[in-house]
Ligand binder design. Structure first.
Ligand code: GLN
Length: 445
């Protein structure tokens, strides 16, 4: 009830949700109360959770922030949703997102933008900006988002909360509306590292319905929260100093690194020389995969369906009116990069560079336990500030994209303020070493 009241109070300003489902939430809460009364509560029984609206749910619409999914009802729950439901977690609603998770500000939603709880004239980041804003503003205790190039970590950073992108394959993507399948991962948001660890505990693990989910045992993530990072080797990559980096943000990051040293960690300079190609490579690979994934929205199978004299006309009208400008831009980029004659020059080349980026990390992780870097080069920017210039918008993710390219886990944790707005520190880890990320983030917070 407290979270629903907060939603009622703040949604007119924030618009963190596309769908709020108070009656469903109350019904789930009653089931949770009964279960707790029987002494059978699980980790997240009765905990109010917000779900990014790219996660399929049987009992509420799933829009992916797009007009093209208008009227769509999923016949099944995403695996992460089913796992939460099995514990009687309480879903307060489906959160706003850039259309098909394409964006860094939640301004590319067909349902209008979300605003940053710290300053409503600013964006919450994106694409999981709704989930980040909801948790930061106390509209939900925790939330799920998806991260293809930074969409959990960057909004967590802009909203001053914790966000984690798990290792590729750690969490099932079954029932996640696909953006770029080789990069997408679902992950948790929370106000503390412990909350994030608990949510990860419930969603992680193998799922036969997702062939890319990995059949490894799930460690006890809460056991990792020891508070002790003495002797931990933290890599500081030389390449994460970019032009356009806000000086005040840089100073806050420097202080954070000094504090890690005080806590007993050792800072080790490392080099990730192919970092400078990560953004360009991402903008070949992600749109290529997106153009293939989005071919399924044909006006027949899902959601919006606009009539036409011929089948082709139906396709053209539905897709022409159903997709927004950023999605169309990505489909054009991807279709071009995959077309005969350009495939080798762009797509295959990008895959080769991706391997080089991954090798940089392998070499660095032979010497260090985690790598620390800023989450974003700036604090939250103003609404409208970057919408006219897609390249400026894409630059928001320079520090987050490499972890997706290499499939690595990464966590964003609040580390101070610049310009009276939250600044965020990012830790990247070895594949499946979420425990070390949680340990260092928890010791720091
Ligand atoms: N901002 C990046 C993009 O627009 C990443 C989005 C994401 O992680 N979903 O593609």
């Amino acid at each position: 009830e407290a979270h629903l009241a907060q939603i009622e109070r703040l949604e007119p300003t924030l618009h963190a949700f596309i769908t709020v489902a108070p009656e469903l939430a109350r019904r789930q809460a009653r089931a949770a109360d009964d279960r707790l009364a029987r002494g059978e509560g699980d980790l997240l029984t009765g905990i109010p959770v917000a779900l990014k609206d790219v996660l399929c749910t049987v009992d509420a619409p799933t829009t992916a922030g797009s007009r093209i999914l208008q009227g769509f009802r999923s016949p099944y729950d995403a695996t992460v949703v089913a796992r939460l439901r099995a514990q009687d977690a309480v879903f307060v609603g489906k959160t706003n997102t850039d259309e098909f998770a394409m964006g860094s500000s939640t301004e590319n939603s067909a349902y209008g933008p979300t605003r940053n709880p710290w300053d409503p004239d600013r964006v919450p980041g994106g694409s999981s900006g709704g989930s980040a804003a909801a948790v930061a503003a106390g509209e939900a205790m925790v939330a799920l988002g998806s991260d293809t190039g930074g969409s959990i970590r960057q909004p967590a950073g802009f909203c001053g909360i914790v966000g984690l992108k798990p290792t590729y394959g750690r969490v099932s993507r079954y029932g996640l509306v696909a953006f770029a399948s080789s990069l997408d991962q679902i992950g948790p948001f929370g106000r503390t590292v412990a909350d994030v660890a608990m949510l990860l505990q419930v969603i992680a693990g193998h799922d036969p319905a997702d062939s890319t989910s990995v059949p490894l045992p799930v460690p006890d993530y809460r056991a990792a929260l020891t508070g002790d990072i003495r002797g931990l080797r933290i890599g500081i990559p030389a390449e994460y100093r970019v032009p356009g980096m806000d000086q005040a943000v840089e100073r806050v990051i420097e202080d954070a690194l000094a504090l890690l040293q005080e806590l007993g960690a050792e800072l080790v300079p490392v080099s990730l020389p192919h970092t400078e190609y990560a953004l360009a490579t991402y903008y070949i690979i992600a749109p290529s995969e997106a153009s293939a994934n989005l071919a399924r929205y044909d006006g027949v199978k899902y959601g919006l369906s606009l009539p036409g004299e011929t089948l082709l006309e139906r396709y053209l009208r539905t897709r022409g009116e159903g997709f927004g400008p950023e999605v169309k831009r990505r489909i054009m980029l991807g279709t071009y990069a995959l077309s005969a004659g350009y495939y080798d020059a762009y797509y295959v080349k990008a895959q080769k560079v991706r391997t080089l980026i991954k090798r940089d990390f392998d070499e660095a992780f032979a010497r260090v336990d985690v790598i620390a870097a800023p989450t974003s080069p700036t604090v939250a920017f103003h609404l409208g500030e970057r919408t006219a210039d897609p390249l400026q918008m894409y630059l928001s993710d320079v520090f987050t994209i490499p972890a997706n390219m290499a499939g690595l886990p990464a966590i964003a944790v609040p580390c101070g303020f610049a310009h009276a707005l939250p600044v965020s520190l990012q830790f990247m880890g070895r594949p499946f070493d979420e425990p070390t990320l949680l340990r260092v983030a928890h010791a720091y917070e």
